[in-house]
Design a protein around this ligand. Structure first.
Ligand code: 5GP
Ligand code: MN
Length: 323
């Protein structure tokens, strides 16, 4: 029983570092917060370290200050017998936190199909809509009663990764979990307001630029949108959170795959990939060294934007039905 192995792992140490992937989203952050919350309830010590500035979006979380950004040299001072990595498919995707936890026994909790099983204990389930749902199973298995703070951490992970219960990963378990979280004190309107109705005006304006950049390819089956290097370097871009933009490209009738390209360095392009039903974007991302899920994935391509776009459009063309 994988949950028993998780329990044994947790019972076997007193002090934990909890982490997630670089550029963490609501599932990574919510899962990490819930995990630390549960460890404290069990009388353990736990510290969350992420290789990122804590995302402003989650300011409404109780104990937001638990989110500690990695700082140079931490590997020399942080001491934890064990590490728990949530929502992160490979050690590399933890960024520099990998250095901090390299000597520790590691538990991986993840729902990415591309997970590399890089822990000593791997609790993996690609049928789970979110890693937060898996953390919820663990908390139940440990017998720790929820409070409204923890319910909101988990609820946030669930709604972000299911696109508010709209994506095909939404299962009866997802909805039952959400119901139980609301019963335990999570406030859907408060969480929704915090995550989806608190955008900066710079974010909303950038969404306009995103939408203006959309182009269709392969007879309208594929949409691209993009921000070039100059756009990303504008001072106001620091106030932009582009999470979710790509869904506006996917929402176009007839579009099967949407790609949001960002030229993060002069010759480095990040791509966020989404699909409706036909295209396996995990496979698409993997052919460029990335990964994720069948319907949501990402990769980093070490070329300027134009070349990255051309390469992705060519590769996705090979994955579309002929005729
Ligand atoms: P996003 O487009 O929101 O950055 O990522 C979509 C999904 O793909 C997330 O589940 C994310 O963890 C995963 N993902 C994004 N970029 C990468 C990558 O470079 N490598 C891997 N393995 N997964 C990625
Ligand atoms: Mn996730």
């Amino acid at each position: 029983m994988p949950l028993d192995a998780v329990r044994q792992f947790i019972e076997g140490a007193d002090s934990f570092i909890v982490s997630t992937h670089v550029n963490p989203d609501g599932d990574g952050i919510g899962s990490a917060m819930a995990m630390k919350w549960a460890l404290l309830k069990l009388g353990k010590r736990a510290e969350i370290i992420i290789d990122a500035t804590p995302p402003d979006t989650f300011h409404f979380f109780a104990n937001y200050s638990w989110l500690t950004p990695y700082a140079e040299g931490m590997e020399h001072t942080a001491s934890a017998g064990a590490a728990i990595i949530v929502d992160c498919p490979s050690a590399e995707r933890t960024g520099r936190v990998a250095r901090v936890v390299s000597g520790a026994r590691t538990l991986i909790i993840d729902h990415h199909i591309s997970n590399e099983r890089y822990g000593d204990v791997n609790y993996l389930d690609d049928s789970a809509a979110s890693s937060a749902e898996m953390v919820y199973r663990i908390i139940k298995h440990l017998g720790v009663p929820l409070d409204s703070d923890c319910a909101e951490y988990i609820y946030s992970g669930v709604i972000v990764d299911t696109g508010r219960f709209r994506f095909s990963n939404t299962t009866p378990e997802t909805l039952r979990t959400a119901a139980e979280l609301v019963a335990a004190g999570a406030h859907p309107a408060k969480v929704s307001e915090g995550i989806f109705y608190s955008n900066t005006v710079e974010t909303t304006r950038a969404l306009g630029a995103f939408i203006g950049s959309i182009r269709l390819h392969h007879g309208g089956l594929v949409a691209t949108a993009e921000f070039n290097y100059e756009y990303l370097r504008r001072p106001e871009y620091k106030l932009v959170n582009h999470e979710g933009f790509v869904n506006h490209a996917l929402a176009i009738r007839g579009v099967e795959a949407a790609m949001f390209l960002r030229e993060v360095e002069r010759s480095v392009t990040r791509a966020s990939l989404r699909s409706k039903t036909i295209v396996d974007v995990n496979a698409l991302a993997r052919s460029f060294g990335g990964g994720g899920h069948a319907r949501a994935a990402g990769c980093t391509i070490e070329t300027p934007l134009d070349q990255a776009r051309a390469a992705l459009i060519a590769r996705v063309g090979e994955m579309l039905p002929k005729g």
